[in-house]
Write a protein that binds this ligand. Sequence first.
Ligand SMILES: Cc1cc2nc3c(=O)[nH]c(=O)nc-3n(C[C@H](O)[C@H](O)[C@H](O)COP(=O)(O)O)c2cc1C
Length: 484
Amino acid sequence: MTLASSQPPDQGDDWPRIIQGGMGVGVSHWPLAHAVSAAGQLGVVSGTALDQILVRRLQDGDPGGHVRRALDHFPSRPLADRIWRQFHVPGGKGATASYPALPLYTVPMDRDAEALCVVANFVEVWLARERHGRPVGINYLEKIQIPHLPSFYGAMLAGVDYVLMGAGIPLKVPGALDLLARHEPASYPLVVTGALPGEPYVTTFTPRDVLPHDLPPLARPRFLAIVASATLAATLAKRASGHVDGFIVEGPTAGGHNAPPRGRLQLDASGQPVYGERDRVDLAAVRDLGRPFWLAGGRGRAGALREALAAGAVGVQVGTAFAYCDESGLRDDYKQAVLADVRRGAARVSTDAVASPTGFPFKVVHTAGSVSEPDVYAARPRICDLGYLREVYRQPDGGLGYRCAAEPASLYAAKGGTVEDTVGRKCLCNALVSSGGHPQVRAGRHVEPGIVTSGDALLDLASFLPPGTSRYTAADVVRVLLEG
Ligand SMILES: Cc1cc2nc3c(=O)[nH]c(=O)nc-3n(C[C@H](O)[C@H](O)[C@H](O)COP(=O)(O)O)c2cc1C
């Protein structure tokens, strides 16, 4: 088993200049993170829905034998082999067959689901770290709380060097990492809609339930919180359950989910959230916290690193520029279609205030065949069968219920939700898993359409595409950013 080499927090000058941002689902898969880390910067795998991705890779026959190679290094051979036997289809499942349905997460988490999470996170990080010996990170969305603890543990078993987290307030993550590094049980507080004051809803995880034998202590990864305000950074620095090693300061131009604007949500004429002065991050206040920080959002261009260093940051985090390089996991048809639009100066991104069931604004690229297009979206029946973004709510008897604003409106309403809340919501779970190259196929012929997300600065990608070229690599991005 690989143990990460770690330095005490805040010591040493080995912070990366460039962090390749985590991009779910499966866009920053292990080949991308591997390429970025091998190029001397920090590659970050997405930790979102990794159980689903592992199962679908196995169902596709494990092309290249990568999953098998990683499984051979998992600390429990019986568990690794069990998962292999359960899901691997020699030669692949075939284009018209469906992927199997996994049970949706509930609290407490099913023991098999926990084990699958541990193994899936291990595999992704192990492959991203293979051979080059450089640090690798993993990114999670705080909002997807139920699988956090087994996911951290699996990533740590593979020696992950950094855990990065956005889309929420990760106050309790650092302490959980400390406990898991010692293989001790940990708990994580759960946001439950309608919970009564003082009701302590938590998820718990006991590493011994998955790996019942003694293991040496694990290296505690550095923890970087992704924030959109100096206030949140200060709160985390003061009140987190353990050490926060640094901050990624992300603005509303970044790809993926964005923090909502402060104050009452206002939309412009095209329905996009309006950000103002109050949303500008006070970088002097972040600097005063004395922790390393990186700037994210529109930094994927020559010169941006120099500007960030001048502002006191140690570097930049970049997503969009890496999402379209050869090594990214974004489906090639979408990649090529968007790059063709970039070359013609016609690529279009907007911020959809309602698409995401999380309620956070979500950046959407308008590209043919994806659910960003009204006709494609309207033709898809509302189905919720992955459930990562489900909201946990308190039922009248104190038990927990689960609902998603993108599920059928009548079902959502029957669970206490309001029909207005369902309007315009998209099943990001299925759409993002589809864009990551593993679309579900229903009844032998209905293929789940995808969705593409990118930052506002999508047109900047033209600088990576000199005339006559239609592709570029992660190393090209790193080179351009460092040269600038
Ligand atoms: C395709 C894509 C998917 C993303 N997914 C996530 C995610 O799952 N979690 C996250 O914290 N950030 C996510 N992001 C944000 C990136 O990690 C990064 O912070 C952001 O892209 C930086 O801004 P830029 O897109 O202007 O370079 C995503 C960005 C893109 C482009």
